[in-house]
Design a protein around this ligand. Structure first.
Ligand SMILES: [Zn+2]
Length: 446
């Protein structure tokens, strides 16, 4: 049997070399590369989807019907590379440097993860062990933009036959030093939803040389945006956030505490995750995109701000909009003309009830790979959404976001995501590939 680790590293580098920047995506080339890799190891895979340029790959190893089915899933698209001069090694090179880093767009998010999942499927087949339940590899298009209706949203709606009981997706696998001395490994069980909002401010417009003549929407907008930034925090504790905070705090969790006290205790225990603990215990409103006049000497008649609003799982969009309207009303002056609208339905937002059997299989596989029996899985609510939300919401699949890694310094791992110089140590790709293989073999043996 070829070593699953080096096989995954080579496949990750090959996948990075296929430019699947989304937009436009054009993931079919990467899906074909993966299809050829699997075919080389005797595994048939189909390419499916409504857009020939944006196909999804699905490969299935049939089980004995003696256990839950599981999907190993990940997206093949990446965000654009941005300014090429900012990269130490070209973003589509898949360069392996002397320090052991694999470089390129998708080295962390998430072609290296797809590669480890494909390599683990090969290892399962080569082991000759028939799995208990079906094991499926899904490599989908269009996660990053997620509005093309060609990736996971299309798969869950159009191919219910591909549904699995369990799934492994992205959004977890990092390590936390827990206050009781143990090491926690995160696994995503829930995610927040994005509700994109648009704030309009209007006025008559006029000559910028005579600012006293009219109300300037740009000035009003600046005041309203500042008020959004300064609004008091209103905390809310959903069950998945409660599990996460208490999972981090362990026995040091205060038994009777307000949400604010629980958050403060977790922030003190793990300062590196302070902003995450904040984000998962409230609805956030983050102003991002501004428009105003098209000319320096024109007071515009219309200025706008797009706002990235994130809802907790199960959160009510109307309640979030009402809360933001309250903040804006308090900040607006008499005569200000403004309106707030949702420009799309919420995207993402989901939660899986953790499954004890699934979780302990994940933990046992990590103990076998790592040799440290004290590693503990900690369930997390992600502040961002992933394709896991489609699996959870449409298929009811218990979906964990997990790609365990340990060698890459966390700052290196995180800093390149959606930014320049995305990179990961090859030793982490090998480690994660072995975890996926151990998970599949452990489940196969039942
Ligand atoms: Zn991703």
């Amino acid at each position: 049997m070829p070593d699953v680790g080096p096989m995954a590293v080579e496949l990750a580098r090959d996948l990075i070399r296929v430019d699947t920047s989304n937009p436009p995506g054009r993931e079919t080339a990467a899906a074909r590369l993966l299809q050829d890799f699997l075919a080389h190891h005797g595994i048939a895979a189909e390419l499916i989807g409504p857009d020939p340029d944006r196909q999804n790959l699905v490969a299935t190893v049939k089980g004995r019907g003696a256990g839950p089915s599981i999907a190993l899933s990940g997206h093949l698209d990446v965000v654009p590379a941005g300014e090429l001069s900012a990269w130490q090694h070209p973003p589509f090179s898949g360069h392996l440097d002397d320090d052991g880093y694999v470089w390129g767009r998708g080295a962390v998010d998430m072609k290296q993860q797809v590669a480890t999942r494909a390599a683990a499927l090969v290892a399962l087949v080569q082991s000759g062990i028939a799995p208990a339940g079906d094991v499926r590899l899904i490599a989908q298009a269009d996660e990053e933009v997620n509005t093309g209706g060609v990736g996971m949203s299309w798969l869950v709606a159009n191919r219910p036959d591909l549904r699995t009981d369990w799934a492994i997706e992205e959004g977890g696998g990092g390590r936390i030093d827990l206050p009781d001395g143990r090491i926690g490994v995160t696994y995503g069980v829930a995610d927040k939803a994005l509700l994109p909002l648009l704030l309009h401010v209007r006025g008559p417009g006029g000559h910028a040389s005579n600012p006293g003549a009219v109300t300037n929407p740009t000035v009003t907008l600046a005041r309203l945006v500042a008020a959004i930034g300064a609004a008091p925090v209103e905390r809310e504790l959903v069950p998945t956030a409660d599990h996460m905070l208490r999972g981090v705090l362990g026995s040091s969790a205060p038994s009777t505490a307000s949400v604010g006290e629980l958050v403060a205790a977790a922030q003190a225990a793990v300062p590196r995750m302070a902003s995450s603990f904040d984000a998962i215990t409230r609805t956030t409103f983050t102003p991002t995109m501004l428009t105003g006049s098209q000319a320096v000497n024109v007071i515009p008649d219309h200025a706008t701000c797009r706002i990235d609003c994130r809802l907790l799982p199960g959160g009510d969009p109307d309640a979030a909009i009402a809360r933001l309207r309250g903040i804006l009303t308090a900040a607006a002056a008499r005569g200000d003309v403004w309106e707030l609208e949702a420009i799309a339905a919420p995207i993402g937002g989901s939660a899986s009830e953790p499954d004890a059997t699934f979780t302990s299989a994940c933990e046992a596989a990590l103990h076998r790979v790592d040799g440290d029996p004290a590693l503990t899985f900690v369930p997390v609510l992600n502040s961002f959404y992933t394709d896991a939300s489609h699996l959870r919401r449409t298929w009811g699949t218990t979906t964990y976001g997990c790609w365990p890694w340990k060698f890459t310094p966390p700052a290196d791992f995180g800093s390149g995501v959606h930014a320049a110089n995305e990179r990961v140590l090859a030793t982490d790709i090998e480690y994660a590939a072995r975890w996926h293989m151990e998970l599949l073999l452990g489940l196969a043996e039942g």
